[in-house]
Design a protein around this ligand. Sequence first.
Ligand code: SF4
Ligand code: SF4
Ligand code: FES
Length: 718
Amino acid sequence: MKVNVDGVELELPAGTSAIDAVFEAGGDVPYFCAHKYLSPVGACRMCLVESGSPRKEKDGSFVMDDATGQPKIFWFPKPMASCTMQATDGMHIKTARSSEVVAKAQAGMMEFTLLNHPLDCPTCDKGGACELQDRAFEYGYGASRFGFDRRHADKHYPLSDFVILDQERCIHCKRCVRYFEEVPGQEVLDFIERGGHTFIDTEEGGLPTGFQGNITDICPVGALLDNVARFRGRNWEYDHTPTTCTLCPVGCSITVDARNGRLERIVARENREVNEAWICDAGRFGHAFASERRLTVPLVRVNGELQETSWDGAIAAIRAGMAGRNAADLALYLNADSTLEEGVALEALADAMGTRHVDHWPRYEVALDAMPNGAATLSDVATADAVVVVGADLGEEAPILELRILEMLRGGLLPPEYTHGTAIADLRLVERPARDPQKLAVVGKESRLWGHAGIRASSNGHNALERLSQPDTAELQAALKLLTDSEKAIIVLGADVLNGASGSFAAQLSDLATRTGAKVMAIPAGANSKGLAALNLVPREGGLPYARVAEAPAAFISRLDPGVRARGLTIVHDSHLTATARLADVVLPAVTGYEKRGTTVNLEGRLLELEQAALSAGEAADLIRTLSAVSEALGLRAPVRGLKGARDLAAQRLGIKLGGLPERGVIHPLRTAHVAPTEQVYTPQLWTERMQPSIQTLIPANLQPLPMLGAAPVGGDD
Ligand code: SF4
Ligand code: SF4
Ligand code: FES
């Protein structure tokens, strides 16, 4: 269809909204309530445009304009909200660029929105990143005609431990309310009262933990603030580092905001293929540990006590500790959130040392990457017509996958892809979008997803899959029927079913997938388990798995905390003094996942890049540099000494070129190279002990007391 925007004619797909048409034409429309991943509501009235369409005669021909010889355009008498209007063939749209009426209407609307706004800009956390501030400059009158005392409402009003609401600043765009209804499917927030008294609040009990932090990203003003980050800095003071979250295998795109070397804030970064615009609460709020009580220098044990030393001192201590032993006696264990490059470096060193004791953790001991219908992507999940989740607690294992499944339940309409604008998938104004729970079956233990599933079957352990294949209850029969009857079905597998699964499990799954035509998404145990599984990072013949670290003659343990030490020399590489580090002979300071460059592979098999945020980590080093130091102590030349060397080796080993990946990552099917028994059950836990939040300790003493709970604000000002 052809649409004319400010005199520019363009070709657009049918169903495009008028606001998108403007952005596609390279124009601009101010908006507050519209949001790419939420349904349109037309609440803020900022996106006004003039619009007109040709009209047809009874015989189907166009009413013609005598002056131009073209179809006559019949204009709506008043400006219209473009976010709730569908562009139609032949439509003409005028924005403020070409219409004085629109410019005046928008300036008037801005004046109205600011009528009772507190104008906290000098103190508001959102200052410098506020849509209202920006649009007031661009589209407002520049001066206010109102000199009266503004309405006052609650400030610093906690909706939960994590989210603070400033009711005065709220412009009633309803994004936060719609988000809860439409994305996690929780009706917990709403408008209370009417007219000038309207405010946002929750039911008693506050916001549910899981995905609540996303409302702080989408609030267009500073009304909803991240309590872990607020008052920590202004937007322009932060170093913004786009990177990937390594807390779970989804690998959400995030931006790490650091100030003066401290990690102050994490916000979601859009990645349409992975996390869309959302991240989970652990990913957003669980970062304080990264700048708290860090190890910044190496430690060595002297007379039974750990004492600070230099890297040279630590290398000498390793050399002394390994005296009389072979390099082959040193076991090497790394966390499964380590990057591909780190894994490649560790494997190369293990080969050079000749050690059999190598492992990464957490992992499962079954390879599931050869399924007949291929591996499902997150977009496949969102657009599937049936999902059967077996043995997974997504809240702990892969939270954003839960949101993508909920997206599937409400129709799986992904927003169209535009370079600009507020692509909106569905222009029907629907409150509380209908969900179809019959498209979701959950087999396993009770979890948050149960509440959304139409078919629920209790079953524990890895025989859940066998029971699903040969159903012995009505629920399991219904789940199998759902898989069989659907054209785009997905089987999602989680920890409960993957723990202890062996080769016969893979065969069973493959058989089920063949029978039903379903794609498979097996949730890996660690953030980069899928990447590391493509390397030979499992015990070699006669080697000790990570579960038996206590039997190892000597061990190097990178960012794992088994709570025991090896029989002989124990070297721990970690960012914090964990229980294991306290038992170690040598502790080498490690960077966190926010401070290194490298590549991880998410649950879809998507390669995603990590970038290094500007955090003060003292002398902490990533695994590649640390392994160089260990090699030096062992008298070996490190086979890999830096990121480039690791990438070159990865290219040879895996046939992939790392570095310079597209922002959304790329899917690259990596096959599991080797499997071996783990001898240990993996229990997924998203909020690890070190991340446990304590809002009180997170807020520095000089900022307390905050007028949060109880204290009634006087006059409404800060
Ligand atoms: S939301 Fe904050 S920054 Fe924006 S105009 Fe209001 S007070 Fe100023
Ligand atoms: S709190 Fe923010 S997102 Fe929610 S309605 Fe108010 S301005 Fe909109
Ligand atoms: S009415 Fe708010 S963006 Fe259109």
